[in-house]
Design a protein around this ligand. Structure first.
Ligand code: UDP
Ligand code: MG
Length: 162
């Protein structure tokens, strides 16, 4: 039941200076940071990370997304906690910020819609990536982090959150 999951503060989140606020949302919920780094990825790595997107959305959206994720550096974080994959997605909010509920990261810090983005041929800038399933989390953590970059330790409040 204790899981690990990957989040990325995407380039818009880093450039808007929202990294601290975004990370706080997860820390406040008692999720534990077990790995963290900044990286500026290239096209090849972006296509690996988003390997399912071409099939799901088509080439045009994939290209926009790859351009988006390599617009600037990202902060990659592995979070650990009870049902971490599902809980982190809940805190992140829906993919399209106009549909994301207030209180979620995407709902509070962005508002663009899918219709607007696709009409203007723009990215859906939604600040953060979060693994969608347990399988995706395992694959993404392996892609982004080596075993020696992940840490086991006790937080002072684990007693109360797990
Ligand atoms: N995306 C986009 N246009 C679309 C659909 C998705 O730019 O019409 C981007 C958006 O930034 C999203 C990412 O592609 O976060 C990955 O899409 P996915 O469906 O996996 O959403 P997520 O898992 O990030 O909620
Ligand atoms: Mg996804």
């Amino acid at each position: 039941m204790i899981e690990r999951t990957l989040i990325l503060v995407k380039p818009d989140g880093v450039q808007r200076g929202l990294s601290g606020k975004i990370i706080s949302r997860f820390e406040d919920a008692g999720l534990k940071i077990v790995g963290m780094k900044m990286d500026w990825i290239d096209k090849k790595f972006a296509e690996k990370h988003y390997s399912d997107i071409g099939k799901r959305y088509g080439k045009r959206i994939l290209n926009n997304l790859v351009d988006y994720i390599k617009e600037g550096p990202v902060i990659a974080i592995v979070l650990e906690g009870v049902n971490a994959v599902e809980n982190v997605r809940k805190i992140t909010g829906s993919t399209y910020p106009n549909e994301a509920l207030p209180g979620t990261i995407r709902g509070d810090f962005s508002h663009i819609s899918k219709i607007y983005a696709n009409k203007k041929n723009k990215k859906v800038g939604n600040l953060i990536h979060a693994s969608a399933t347990k399988k995706e989390a395992i694959e993404e953590i392996k892609l982004w982090f080596s075993v020696s970059e992940l840490f086991n330790y006790k937080t002072v409040h684990e007693k109360h959150t797990q």
